[in-house]
Design a protein around this ligand. Sequence first.
Ligand SMILES: [Ca+2]
Ligand SMILES: [Ca+2]
Length: 343
Amino acid sequence: MFIRKNDPLKRIWHIWIRRWLVFTFSYLWTVGPTAFCQDAATISWKPVTQDTSGQMETEPVYYHIYCDTIPGFSPGMNNYLAATTDTEYVHTDPRLADPNTDLFYIVKAVDFWGNQSASSDTVGETGFVLASVRIFLESPYHADGDTMSTMFRDENLLPLETPYAEAARAVTEMPVDVTDWVWLQLRDPDTHMVVAQESFLLKKDGMVTELDGVNQQLGFTGIDAGDYELIVRHRNHLAVMARPVLHFDDNTAALYDFSADSSAYYGKDATKELENGVWGLWAGDISQDGLISDDDYESWRLASQQGKTGYQEQDLNFDGIINTKDYLIWYRARLSGVAGKVP
Ligand SMILES: [Ca+2]
Ligand SMILES: [Ca+2]
């Protein structure tokens, strides 16, 4: 379900307030539009009236409001918006009128003595679901230390803009420990149509993160909770799909770990064993057609002849140079007869 700024208040979320760590109680809050202003939104919630021991609150309760562009954000100093003793807040921000940016909000209650509640659920301009994914790529993976190369990032070769035009996104500064960009898609399990997709950062330990390089709760906006196929794509590896259809919603997502088990992947031989018990994506699909074929070889050959360097899809071993080392990776994959298993 979408929330649009010109819709009436629609959704109600339950949250729990926790104080003194002994007792909890709930209140409700909603986010909704102001009637006439496209760059403003009204966030409202029901008041906290009881403390954690069930007594009436006699002192004023403050509500701290946090706002971010990432649905899975954690409230903190860097996204603190305002405090109020009211039970609603009108937020005016030009980003609310920007169709390419969605804002999300969290509220925490703070009592007279400074005790903070747990976070509310997140509400925002659009519906969203969260995912958490770990995955390794064959090319940059080093068995020593179980990590992937960050050479592109460390040599300032990693582009600030994602290479996946279908999921355009950019950072202003590349976080540390990033190996590359990856592209995740959610598909309807019946029609196999993509319902949401986004570019994310892949850290050297295999964790996929939001653009801050820290947040592992990956937001897909514009869709409601449901069962979806999860697909991971990378610019020169064979794409993979999670084996079961997974349930996604706006609660904190459990990790789906492609690196730990070959059964995490849909299809036989969809994954390569990088070392004992560690699984990753096959390198070599330079043309991104789901096959390891002569197309990929031709692309490598041309790039090699032209002496291309840096961040190139033909660079299959992630060293910034295109030479026979890359050819050998393609050749071994070709000999193995592997192909993408995403239907
Ligand atoms: Ca190919
Ligand atoms: Ca290379």
